[in-house]
Design a protein around this ligand. Structure first.
Ligand code: 5AD
Ligand code: SF4
Length: 439
């Protein structure tokens, strides 16, 4: 979500005649987009800003510094104290005002502007046309499209409902319009974004007569768009995987065979304490239904270890679930208390040492299982959307298979943005290597 917000803002500045710098040192204005989902992310953001300000001081450079995103939203005014030299603190609902604030600051850099208002209302930036688009002048294969903002689920560990506000969905019409424009620019893959995308349109749009939830109605509508060849989304909630969504994987050929479904824990007691609204059994049933309609489905998840009160027995339940679920990939987090959330005040907080032990043990199991899945891909042929040069080795290109695995290969730069077939020749920890298959 932050990545997309940053891209959109960059495009908005480019349109106003600013240029985007590759290196921070070269910029006159530095805007840092921040996350506060875990304490580590928040500290990293504040530390980075402190370093940037100190560097500019050292070199006697006059720069404008702004901080945006969730950490700015929760920390607000206090950042003016903690970050002497900051010019702008801007909350998640106020991005549409950034250009105007920066222009004022360029005229008078002795000012400090803090605007973190409007958190529970419909985000105004949501309506702003400029913030809905990606930069049209870069060759891109896929584009993020915001479909909803905020979250009303209030999982007890999570700060998102407090930093992004109430759920608010755009209309199907507006989203389709944006996707059509992206398709005309050559975008082949749409990645729908929201904190809880499966709740899309819950309040605004009726379930259809044939039982389709608004989210599935949206998938249907995007599926119709000529030029769009792949649809993905993130992040869903397990309770959104009703039969209508599961059937979509069979019905809609453009919907990729991949899903990132956060499970968070394998213990029903902990899931209840987390306010997740499902059990481990229910979660596993969803996976088996999905694999039933699409056997090649790539499934990823998020898991938190060391939630308050998590016993060894609870943790064993998580290990058990992971073994049964056979995730292609899992993102593991040590529980991080976030001020203002119910879990931060729960008794029986788990000591860091135990969180670390559980994290390491779970990581071993997850990696072992995913290595098996990656191994099994060797010799198979997959369809890949070519994204661009590999991050590690710029002589290689990378893309993604329909089951969301990174595939690395040697090829021509003009393959970027095209869909090709590759035979998998070997597997790494998080990626596959392939050779093009010519028809
Ligand atoms: N502590 C640790 N992990 C968290 N997540 C969200 N909040 C916390 C927290 N307080 C994780 C969840 C979520 C992912 C984006 O971050 O697993 O799915
Ligand atoms: Fe946070 Fe996701 Fe739960 Fe919403 S559904 S409160 S974003 S973890």
């Amino acid at each position: 979500m932050n990545k997309r917000d940053s891209e959109a803002l960059a495009a908005c500045f480019a349109e106003r005649g600013y240029s985007i710098q590759e290196k921070e040192q070269d910029a006159d204005i530095i805007l840092l987009n921040t996350c506060s989902v875990r304490d580590g992310a928040e500290h990293k953001a504040v530390g980075k800003m402190q370093m940037l300000i100190a560097q500019a001081r050292l070199h006697k450079e006059k720069k404008i510094f702004g901080i945006m995103g969730c950490a700015a939203q929760v920390l607000g005014e206090s950042l003016v104290h903690d970050l002497p030299g900051i010019h702008l603190v801007i909350g998640t609902h106020r991005y549409h005002r950034i250009p105007e604030y920066l222009e004022a600051l360029l005229k008078d850099s002795s000012k400090v502007i803090v605007d973190c208002s409007g958190i529970t209302e419909k985000p105004v930036s949501f309506q702003n046309h400029l913030l809905q688009r990606v930069s049209p002048n870069t060759i891109q294969a896929s584009a993020f499209v915001n479909i909803m903002h905020g979250c009303n689920q209030y999982c007890t560990y999570c700060i998102v409902p407090y930093t992004r506000g109430h759920e608010f969905s755009r209309s199907i019409e507006e989203i389709v319009h944006e996707c059509e424009a992206l398709a005309k620019e050559g975008i082949k893959e749409i990645i729908l974004l929201g904190q809880i995308v499966t709740n899309f349109g819950k309040r605004e749009i009726h379930v259809s007569e044939d039982g389709k939830t608004p989210f599935v109605q949206l998938l249907d509508a995007i599926h119709e768009i000529e030029g769009i060849e792949r649809i993905r989304f993130t992040a869903p909630h397990p309770k959104g995987y009703g039969d209508d969504l599961i059937e979509s994987y069979q019905r809609l050929p453009k919907l990729c065979q991949s899903a990132h479904i956060p499970v968070q824990s394998g213990s029903n007691r902990i899931l209840k304490e987390m306010h997740r609204g499902y059990t481990g059994e229910h979660f596993l049933e969803i996976l088996s239904k999905l694999r039933n309609v699409q056997p090649s489905m790539g499934i990823a998840t998020d898991i938190i270890v060391g939630f308050p009160g998590e016993t060894d027995e609870d943790f064993q339940k998580t290990l058990e679930l992971v073994r049964k679920a056979r995730f292609d990939n899992a993102f593991l987090f040590k529980y991080s208390p976030r001020e203002g959330t119910p879990a931060a005040k729960m008794p029986n907080q788990v000591p860091m040492r135990i969180k670390e032990e559980r994290h390491a043990e779970l990581m071993r199991v997850v990696n072992e299982l995913s290595a098996e899945i990656f191994q099994q891909m060797i010799g198979k042929t997959v369809e890949v959307l070519v994204e661009g040069p590999s991050r590690r080795n710029p002589n290689r290109l990378q893309g993604r298979s329909r089951c969301n695995k990174i595939v690395l290969f040697e090829g021509d730069k003009d393959w970027i943005g095209t869909i090709r077939r590759f035979r998998i020749t070997r597997s790494g920890q998080y990626s596959l290597y392939g050779e093009e298959v010519k028809n």
